[in-house]
Design a protein around this ligand. Structure first.
Ligand code: AKG
Ligand code: FE2
Length: 321
């Protein structure tokens, strides 16, 4: 068996390397001496609240944002120039624009962000998906961990960048403070079979359970009225969504980059049954350098089991009867 991978520029929890440093069960005793005071405050926010806010560390961010709007804008089919037009009538998002837009790529691969996340989590971070939104998403409360999760769990996060000043009427991002500490939503938890299932939205099966958690814990949605160039980091299991857009003539430009961390198994929980070892594995490349990111556990490569072909299943059934 191969040796566990060393992460020279990161320091994971000495006793609990299988959980992100900021979510360590002994966080209060963890050594944060390698962090600046500002970074320590961010680490504490992430640990306590499940999110933290930073100024995006790129002196060229304003120029990048303007170029992205110019470059991606026409693709949304939205009349941005008409102040009275309904901006919600066109395409509401574009996934993985990093493949064609070098500023989207640069934001996703920002070296200071990669370095910061790597140190906060104790493993090297890599970006694997971008989403660009010209308006609010109006998505119900959800955690991204039903779409993408890792084993060991929680080695995933989102970085949401405000690409304009966000006002309450434009359907701001919201989050549920502290919800990252609730159980991670899985099919096992709600008694559902996921492997091989079909869904319109991977979030649908869990919506009632998330709502019940919020009601029972008396948790409210708080909005993020961000300044242009501010970014919010959310932990893998933080509930968040897009609040209702009250004024449809407004835009709400943002970019979300989703990150995983090295030496994990990457998979889609909505279509998996973890207990049975049936995982919908992801075949990822890092956006930063397009290198493949194989699924690994303690340095050992893990491959997807061959799905049994229909023919084999029938052969098995016949041999049993
Ligand atoms: O921008 C939003 O309203 C939420 C986006 C989101 O949930 C995501 O990208 O994971
Ligand atoms: Fe999300």
């Amino acid at each position: 068996m191969s040796e566990p991978i060393a992460f020279p520029d990161t320091r994971s929890s000495t006793l609990f390397p299988g959980v992100p440093l900021i979510e360590s069960p002994i966080f209060e005793s963890e050594d944060l001496s390698g962090f600046t005071e500002q970074e320590q405050a961010l680490a504490r926010d992430l640990n306590a609240d499940g999110f933290g806010v930073i100024d995006f560390p790129d002196p060229e961010i304003d120029a990048r944002i303007e170029r992205i709007k110019r470059n991606l804008g026409p693709g949304f089919g939205i009349p941005f120039d008409d102040p009275k037009a309904d901006k919600t009538k066109g395409e509401r998002r574009i996934q993985d624009a990093w493949k064609t837009d070098e500023d989207v790529h640069a934001i996703a691969s920002n070296p200071a962000i990669l370095d910061l996340l790597s140190r906060l989590y104790g493993r090297r971070a890599f970006p694997f998906q971008t989403l660009n939104f010209p308006v609010g998403t109006q998505q119900a409360a959800h955690s991204d961990s039903v779409h993408f999760s890792s084993l060991p769990e929680r080695f995933m996060c989102g970085v949401w960048l405000a690409m304009e000043d966000i006002v309450a009427e434009s359907g701001p991002l919201f989050y549920v403070r502290g919800s990252h500490r609730w159980p991670i939503m899985t099919n096992g938890l709600i008694g559902r079979r996921g492997y091989g299932s079909d869904l319109n939205s991977a979030q649908d099966p869990y919506a009632d359970a998330w709502q019940a958690l919020c009601n029972t814990h008396g948790k409210v949605e708080e909005t993020f009225l961000a300044r242009k160039g501010q970014a919010l980091i959310w932990c893998a299991n933080l509930l968040h969504g897009g609040s209702r857009q009250i004024d449809n003539t407004l835009t709400r430009w943002s970019q979300v980059t989703h990150y995983f961390f090295d030496d994990c198994i990457y998979y889609t929980p909505a279509f998996s049954d973890e207990t049975l070892g049936r995982l919908a594995l992801r075949e990822l490349v890092s956006i930063a350098d397009q290198s493949p990111k194989p699924n690994t556990y303690l340095g050992e490569t893990v491959r997807a089991p061959k799905r049994p072909s229909k023919l084999n299943i029938f052969a098995k059934l016949r041999s049993r009867s």
